[in-house]
Design a protein around this ligand. Structure first.
Ligand code: DMJ
Length: 691
């Protein structure tokens, strides 16, 4: 009947009235529609040349145009659903959870900025934890598509989503443990040959006790008080994570919930693994024990998701390795060996240069990031594996991990470098540079850091790393280091020979890098390196002190009259990053100039004033705004790096002494490998122990 009515309508005849309200209403509606069609007819069709508006007797072409118009309208309405807040019911009905979750990075706003930049400015994606968990297809889309168009949204979860996640998180202890065991035993036939690493011997090969005589307690009361304050901040950040986001990757302090993200391929508890060593060195033992228990019982490594090789390596592998070396807990070693083996397939490329994204499941498939030029791999990603992989070989007594990273080293050493510089994009297929963009900040940064640290971690035996580091530094100085009109030293970026007078917050780690390498370069350059490190650190401090909040922007410029300030709105955010404080810590250790402790304290005060909220710490969207707007994200690196470096800054130098430890790029301490001591009798060093 109704079909008939529609037919009648389309043929232009009247609608039969029935004694039934529904049908009457329906008829009225159809009449209305017919009238509006007539209107449309006169409004739209009359304007089309050669088309007469002859009532409802529509010609085929008219019908076609009308249908086109109608389908456009439907698409528009459906598309509008995406812009509705997650909480709107209509949206939840039409768009299922998994389909609607966008790829996000960091906080909603800055993420939007990052993702909008997409391929244009991909360094904005580095070192920022991604937001909401993704379906694997989504991440594949991210990694394959050249432009990332997904808009960031809040990761407010509906009750169902939360419950499902919690269910997954609360798998029984036995299930998780036995699964890992299975992987371990198969691993033992694979990459993890022999796990009989002699921990006691290792301890004896250290020059000094890891935690110092008295856990690095400073004698000066003011410094001690400041150190206590940092410890309180850690406890506050941790307690809130524990209350509102336990088992998730990061805390969202404003909405008081957890955040999973898409960087870790389904692995959970990033804040827990990242915090283990910080809690331990601060003596927060109850908290450390909770963290340890969670890792033992709930860190499920049987994930099948797609992860960033770099992020999993620096946070999870790095975090578990240092937890093992500091505490001697065998469980950490078992876990890290299982995880390490899962990363190996990423190296199965024609050159052995790993791709950025890896499936942690049995397929071990890998992809390049979609935003990286022509399927390239990123220098800071494949160049930031060396320290951890050398330790995976140490612990497993299997050289495969070292082989993989030495192969990367060999290729980089051999390949021709424009002006001696290392561009940020390299093809894992051809082994050639893909683009000549060079940066000491995002995309390049930790590659340089790992060269000097590889040398230091090898007990100064890795001559190749040493040579590559000092040559790279020379090229950086010749091509990138600049002095601003106002006398500030900075490291510009280089695009095929043209300088971009911008320095990212990420590049501020370089003060620390240059100072730790000052002693081992040419002796006549020692003072020069100390000066360079001090100048860069000073510039980074200026980027903080020139803002209203006394926290530094994501990137600052030295052109158009700017001096260490952000000129673009999109560069004004601060996401609790550690790099500036990291440089203060190294500068303090190597010069003992009290100004670095003062600068560190300024940062503590600013963090307290602007980033501390009721349920944790949050990044802010604009460091120049008097009234801050929070991004609702407590990054895991805030606990692993920012607070750890602050604590070390206010501690004596014998807490994690630099003679024995290097920090990976996520601030996880890894011990210097003293081969001759470990292979010989060991323990020739005379030391007083605190443990
Ligand atoms: C951290 O994850 C690491 O320091 C990484 O090397 C770069 N960025 C973040 C912190 O800013």
């Amino acid at each position: 009947m109704q079909q008939g009515h529609i037919g009648e309508l389309s043929s232009g005849e009247g609608v039969k009235v029935e004694c039934c309200t529904t049908i009457v209403t329906y008829s009225l509606l159809l009449n209305k529609l017919r009238q509006s069609l007539r209107k449309t007819d006169s409004m739209v069709f009359r304007k089309l040349p050669g088309v007469s508006a002859s009532g409802m007797g529509l010609r085929l072409s008219q019908k076609f145009v009308f249908l086109l118009f109608l389908s456009g309208l439907v698409t528009l309405c459906f598309g509008a659903l995406f812009f509705l807040p997650d909480s709107v019911r209509l949206k939840r009905i039409f768009l299922s959870k998994t389909e609607s979750q966008p790829v996000t990075v960091g906080s909603e706003n800055d993420v939007r900025e990052h993702l909008k930049k997409g391929a244009k400015d991909p360094e904005h994606l580095r070192g920022i934890t991604s937001a909401k968990g993704e379906t694997s297809t989504k991440l594949k889309a991210l990694s394959r598509k050249p432009s990332v168009t997904n808009e960031a949204k809040t990761d407010k979860k509906d009750a169902g989503g939360e419950a499902l996640e919690d269910m997954m998180l609360s798998r029984s202890k036995t299930e998780s443990a036995s699964k890992d065991e299975k992987v371990t035993s198969s691993s033992n036939q694979g990459a993890n040959k022999d796990t009989s690493f002699d921990y006691n011997k290792f301890k004896k090969c250290l020059l000094k006790p890891p935690l110092g005589i008295e856990h690095g307690k400073p004698s000066d009361p003011q410094t001690l008080q400041r150190r206590e304050k940092v410890k309180e901040m850690m406890k506050f950040a941790w307690d809130n994570y524990k209350s509102f986001a336990w088992g998730k990757n990061e805390l969202r302090p404003l909405t008081r919930n957890g955040h999973i993200g898409n960087m870790f391929g389904g692995l959970r508890g990033a804040s827990i693994v990242d915090s283990l060593d910080t809690l331990y060195i601060m003596g927060l033992m109850d908290e450390y024990n909770d963290a340890k228990e969670w890792v033992e019982t709930s860190l499920d490594l049987n994930s099948n998701g797609e992860a960033s090789l770099f992020e999993v390596n620096i946070r999870y592998v790095g975090g578990l390795l240092s937890a093992y070396y500091l505490t001697g807990e065998e469980m950490f070693k078992r876990k890290v060996m299982v995880l390490g083996e899962k990363l190996l397939p990423a190296f199965n490329t024609p050159t052995g240069i790993p791709r950025g994204v890896i499936n942690l499941g049995s397929s071990g498939t890998s992809w390049s990031w979609g935003w990286a030029s022509a399927g390239s791999s990123i220098l800071a990603e494949f160049g930031t594996l060396h320290l951890e992989f050398v330790h995976l070989s140490e612990l497993s007594n299997n050289g495969i991990y070292t082989e993989k990273v030495m192969n990367i080293r060999k290729l980089l050493n051999k390949i021709e470098k424009p002006h001696g510089l290392y561009p940020n994009f390299l093809s894992p297929v051809s082994g050639n540079w893909v683009q000549h963009h060079v940066s000491i900040g995002g995309l390049g940064d930790s590659f340089y850091e790992y060269l000097i640290k590889s040398y230091l971690m090898s007990d100064k035996t890795d001559e190749e790393a040493k040579k590559m580091y000092y040559s790279a530094l020379e090229a950086i100085e010749a091509n990138l280091v600049q002095k601003s009109p106002g006398g500030l030293t900075y490291m510009a970026e280089w695009r095929g020979g043209i300088l971009d007078h911008k320095m990212g917050h990420l590049a501020c780690f370089s003060g620390g890098m240059v100072v730790i390498g000052a002693d081992d370069g040419a002796p006549e350059k020692r003072q020069h390196y100390l000066d360079l490190a001090a100048e860069i650190t000073h510039t980074c401090h200026e980027s903080y002190s020139r803002s209203a909040t006394k926290l530094g922007p994501e990137a600052f410029r030295f052109d158009g009259g700017a001096e260490a300030t952000a000129t673009r709105l999109s560069d004004r955010y601060y996401i609790l990053r550690p790099e500036v404080i990291e440089s203060y810590m190294y500068m303090w250790r190597l010069t003992h100039d009290p100004k670095y402790r003062e600068w560190g304290w300024e940062a503590v005060e600013a963090l307290e004033q602007h980033c501390r909220v009721e349920a944790g710490f949050s990044g802010i969207r604009d460091v120049y705004a008097q009234t801050v707007s929070h991004d609702n994200m407590q990054q895991s690196f805030f606990l692993s790096e920012t607070l750890k470096y602050l604590y070390l800054l206010f501690s004596d130098d014998d807490l994690l002494p630099l003679e024995d430890w290097v920090f990976n790029t996520e601030a996880h301490p890894l011990p210097v490998v003293r081969k001759s001591c470990l292979q010989g009798e060991g323990g020739t060093h005379d030391k007083t122990t605190s443990e």
